[in-house]
Write a protein that binds this ligand. Structure first.
Ligand code: SF4
Length: 481
């Protein structure tokens, strides 16, 4: 099947029947609307752009050196081989060289044993569990993991953590206060967030929903959202009873953790509600396990396409919202998956989180935005990192997002330019980062208002975002012991 996709034969996901649609890689620019040109064109040529370099990059990992392409792309294989703490020590022992460069002491090295010990001390202080797909593990540079942008997002190091700003909280967006029923957040006038599950294939250290997502950690007891019909029914009833609600975000956790029939159930239910005009499934799947979009042994992709098409027939819209933070997360597998989504007419938008040492420079962020656009993934949002406990080292000052927006705007078409936003602490919703009422760079405090949000006595409320303490001009960094 994968060979068919590469040769330019798309498969209709809902039926798995081959449809002779040529892949569009590098081909669009050659197509002209001029009638004569079309008449003279003998046949649409096959792929003309450079073929993807289909390097089996996972084979550099000793544990997976003999894993076939079809196994690596299979979601079932990926989940069975996901790395969690009980496997992590042996995994690290197998991939790490004797010493790795130390990012905190230029020119110095850290031994493998010290790094592994640093990781496990980090895990015992982190707010999120550790779970990482083979795809992500295969994209990390294990000869220099401390500088690697993927390692930095998913594997905690105690030596890198900083004392929390006193304003950091576990539920930094105040979601629980805006939840009329468990697992449903109603903050905006016309939009609600439905959380059908609270698990993900890979856990991000900086998760906004650290209060609920994943298993309990040494420091956090999680408020989990079980995928039970009873709980979902309460959420559906609430949505149906609110005529002002038109837009639903189905998130979690990760929609990737829903079974295909659960995806169908949620999609069909939302399509049937007269008040709902649009909804999106939020999933980090394209970033952490993109092979699933090519895996016809798994029904998730087909279910997504079916729902997208059913919504169109009902005059409604469905999108997939993904979460890619660094260009290294995008491989030839992601590119094929994105092309397949494009051919099936699924709208895909991306939400990036701005993270210190990961994507907080112009070159990385520009490359990411361009790669997303080239893969027909709309670079929808870049978020200022939320004020969540235990991730002070990953947050940037507000000035960083302001500078990035200023330097990148104008380098790419406006429709491919993301909105650089702050999701206001304690429930103010998303506001353009540059729309602050004030920003005191000495204290690191920026203030915003959100006049459209009036639910929960929020009229005239002023929301504050706080820069990381170690970035303040008067408070130098204090490394953790
Ligand atoms: S995938 Fe989303 S919900 Fe899951 S841990 Fe990452 S940020 Fe949180």
């Amino acid at each position: 099947m994968f060979a068919l996709i590469r040769r330019g034969v798309a498969l209709r996901a809902s039926t798995c029947l081959p449809v002779p649609v040529p892949i569009l890689r590098g081909q669009i620019s050659q197509l002209h609307n001029h009638a004569e040109a079309v008449a003279e064109m003998p046949e649409v040529p096959p792929i003309t752009g450079p073929p993807p370099t289909e390097e089996p990059f996972w084979r550099k990992i000793p544990w997976w050196s003999n894993v076939s392409e079809s196994d690596f792309l299979s979601y079932r294989w990926g989940i069975a081989n996901t790395i969690q703490p009980h496997k992590l020590r042996n995994f690290l022992g197998s991939v790490l060289p004797d010493e790795v460069p130390d990012d905190q002491h230029e020119g110095k090295m850290q031994t493998r044993d010290d790094l592994i010990s640093d990781v496990f001390k980090g895990i015992s202080h982190a707010s999120m569990s550790t779970r990482i797909t083979p795809y992500i593990m295969s994209r990390i540079d294990w000869n220099d993991p401390r500088h690697d942008p993927l390692f930095r997002q998913f594997i905690p190091l105690r030596s890198r953590m900083l004392p929390d700003h006193p304003e950091l909280t576990m539920d930094s967006l105040g979601e629980r206060k805006d939840s009329p029923v468990p697992g449903l957040v109603h903050r905006y006038p016309d939009k609600a967030l439905f959380l059908p599950v609270s698990v993900c294939p890979t856990y991000c250290m900086f998760c906004t929903r650290s209060y609920a997502i994943g298993g309990d950690t040494s420091t956090v007891h999680k408020e989990s959202f079980k995928p039970t019909r009873r709980r979902w029914e309460k959420c559906f009833s609430y949505i149906e009873g609110q005529p002002g609600l038109h837009d639903i975000v189905v998130s979690g956790g990760d929609s990737y953790y829903l079974e295909p029939d659960q995806l169908h159930e949620i999609g069909e239910r939302l399509i049937s509600m007269p008040n709902i005009r649009r909804f999106r499934f939020a999933s980090k799947g394209l970033a952490v396990a993109p092979g699933r979009f090519l895996d016809d042994g798994d029904g998730w992709f087909a279910a997504l396409v079916d729902i997208s098409n059913a919504a169109k027939r009902a005059g409604k819209s469905v999108a997939l919202h993904t979460h890619i933070n660094h260009p290294n997360e995008i491989s030839w597998i992601t590119e094929l998956a994105s092309q397949r989504l494009l051919k099936e007419g699924v709208t895909v938008r991306n939400q990036t989180v701005l993270l210190r040492g990961v994507n907080d420079d112009v070159e990385t962020m520009s490359t990411l935005i361009r790669k997303l656009a080239d893969n027909n993934i709309s670079p929808y949002y870049v978020y200022q990192c939320d004020m969540v406990e235990s991730i002070e080292h990953l947050r940037t000052p507000l000035q960083t997002i302001l500078d990035l927006e200023s330097r990148i705007r104008g380098t790419i078409a406006g429709f491919a330019m993301p909105q650089f936003v702050v999701d206001l602490p304690q429930g103010g919703g998303k506001r353009l980062a540059c729309s602050h009422l004030s920003y005191d760079r000495e204290t690191g405090v920026s203030r915003y208002m959100a006049p459209a949000l009036t639910r929960g006595n929020k009229e005239n409320k002023v929301y504050e975002y706080f820069d990381p303490i170690d970035c303040l001009p008067v408070r130098p960094a204090e490394p953790c012991d």
